[in-house]
Design a protein. Structure first.
Length: 81
């Protein structure tokens, strides 16, 4: 594992220290986990972007949605309101 230095202002450092103590973990572990979560979020956002772009390039045929709705109406019981 590599050791790095990360400059941060006092307010952020105090918040990190407070949250690390509250979660009963070290500051280093807290920062590692925060970085990992952020990277996972960025990966998820990129996958969403690619998914949306795919549908922009090749939109779904509207008839597929109509057929699906008809099948669902025939399969699912009507709800009492």
């Amino acid at each position: 594992m590599k050791v790095i230095q990360v400059p941060m202002d006092d307010k952020l450092l105090k918040a990190v220290n407070r949250r690390a103590r509250a979660s009963r973990t070290s500051r280093s572990a807290f920062v590692r986990e925060a970085c990992q979560r952020h990277l996972e979020k960025l990966d998820e956002e990129e996958l969403d972007r690619q998914y949306e772009e795919g549908y922009r390039r090749k939109p779904e045929d509207p008839s597929i949605g109509r057929v699906g709705a008809k099948l669902a109406a025939m399969t699912w019981p009507k709800e009492d309101w």
